[in-house]
Design a protein around this ligand. Structure first.
Ligand code: ZN
Ligand code: ZN
Length: 409
């Protein structure tokens, strides 16, 4: 019997039934690290049992990626598989659902030339744009789940043997993803109801800004005109109700790209495409980052900020209580899917059009006029902790306490 058979089964079932909300007759495109074969296969099984006619799995190989940085010619890093992403976009346009299995080696590209890494990332982001647009506008149902890649497990638990580290990371993924219950699908339905109540409250309040205050942080995040809060399950344009992230604990909306002022310090390290960024400190003026430093990965951060015009402005602000099961594990996952759901966060770059009322019907110019940011990047980093207070600022300028010491008031 496959080790972790029970874990694989629970995760695959929730991925298909809750994460994708897969409709009968829908194709599925899965992207996954090669190490995640057991999970990809289990997901394929559940997808076929739910009536999918075709599941296509595209595997990624960390070792092959590293060989490119070691041996490819200098001009290689302008290249990206545009043809592949155009094909994926075509699949989604014709109705396929999208599932990504996260969990590669967070330190894969540590030690590689950051300028090359940045060029490769930029080329990839540009080629990926057609896919990203379909996903951020919820043309189709999509979800991301995680698999305990051995190199990831050993980054999280550096003092354990590989086998033990994988075991512990599996346990943490299951607990953090609310799968440690007799009926995880029912648990997720209840969790989604709670998130949607929070969303309804914030949408009713119509705050014009959020104020974050704590050690190293005094940040006023203006919210976009006609912003909409979202979180938990959402309905894609094809009618499917999906949970884009397993786990998810956040409620989030679109900041106004020109109305962010003050300074902010990250509260957890950020693992970004093979590099680790620690103790990020940035200052905003009129919505743009005007100063940025980091104790580790400052060069990567500066390159990221130069990606394009929108890379210096915010595309997301999200609230997560410090008591979320992920924060409760006390583990730094070195993976945004988990770490962003352990703490309130902001994201540099692209905004979600679902976070603007009627946003999916608006042109890029109309979205920008409401304050929604646009960029090739979308990078979440954590600014919440048990020491952070958050106020909602009403349209008349009144401050109302939303979070104290990292918890909902
Ligand atoms: Zn988020
Ligand atoms: Zn985000």
């Amino acid at each position: 019997m496959e080790p972790f058979a029970d874990y694989l089964d629970k995760l695959a079932k929730v991925a298909v039934q809750v994460g994708l909300g897969l409709k009968a007759g829908q194709e599925v495109v899965i992207t996954a690290p090669i190490e995640a074969v057991p999970l990809a296969r289990k997901i394929a099984e559940y997808a076929y049992r739910a009536g999918s006619p075709l599941v296509t799995v595209l595997y990624d190989d960390d070792a092959a990626t590293l060989l490119r940085f070691q041996h490819a010619p200098e001009s290689a890093f302008e290249h990206a598989p545009k043809w592949l992403f155009e094909g994926m976009a075509a699949a989604f346009r014709s109705g396929a659902a999208r599932l990504h299995i996260a969990g590669s080696d967070p330190n894969l590209l540590r030690g590689q030339n950051p300028e090359r890494v940045a060029r490769a990332n930029r080329a990839r982001s540009m080629a990926y744009r057609p896919v990203l647009e379909l996903i951020t506008s919820f043309e189709v149902n999509w979800t991301i789940v995680a698999y305990p890649h051995p190199a990831w497990a050993q980054t999280v638990f550096p003092n354990l043997e590989q086998q033990q580290a994988v075991q512990k990371l599996w346990d943490a993924i299951i607990k953090a993803s609310r799968l440690d219950t007799p009926d995880p699908v029912a648990t997720w339905q209840a969790h989604n109801r709670q998130l949607s109540e929070r969303v309804a409250y914030l949408n009713h309040k119509r705050y014009s800004a959020l104020h974050f205050k704590g050690p190293g942080t005094d940040l006023l995040v203006g919210l976009a005109d006609d912003h909409v809060w979202a979180g938990g399950a959402g309905q894609a344009k094809n009618g499917a109700v999906c949970n884009p992230n397993i786990p998810t604990e956040e409620v989030f909306t679109a900041p106004h790209k020109d109305r962010v002022e003050g300074y902010v310090r990250s509260t957890k390290p950020l693992s970004y495409q093979g590099s680790l960024l620690e103790d990020i400190e940035v200052r905003f003026e009129k919505g743009r980052v005007v100063e940025a430093k980091a104790k580790t990965g400052a060069d990567v951060l500066h390159k990221v900020l130069q990606t394009d015009e929108g890379a210096r402005s915010l595309g997301e602000v999200a609230l997560v209580p410090h008591s979320s099961p992920i924060a409760q594990t006390g583990i730094l996952f070195y993976n945004t899917l988990f770490d962003e759901n352990a703490a309130s966060h902001i994201a540099l770059g692209q905004a979600y059009s679902e976070c603007i009322r009627g946003g999916s019907q608006l042109s890029p110019e109309e979205l920008a006029a409401k304050g929604a940011n646009s960029s090739l990047i979308h990078i979440d980093w954590m600014i919440g902790s048990s020491q952070i207070d958050v106020d909602g600022i009403s349209p008349s300028g009144q401050a109302e306490p939303l979070m104290r010491g990292g918890e909902w008031v």
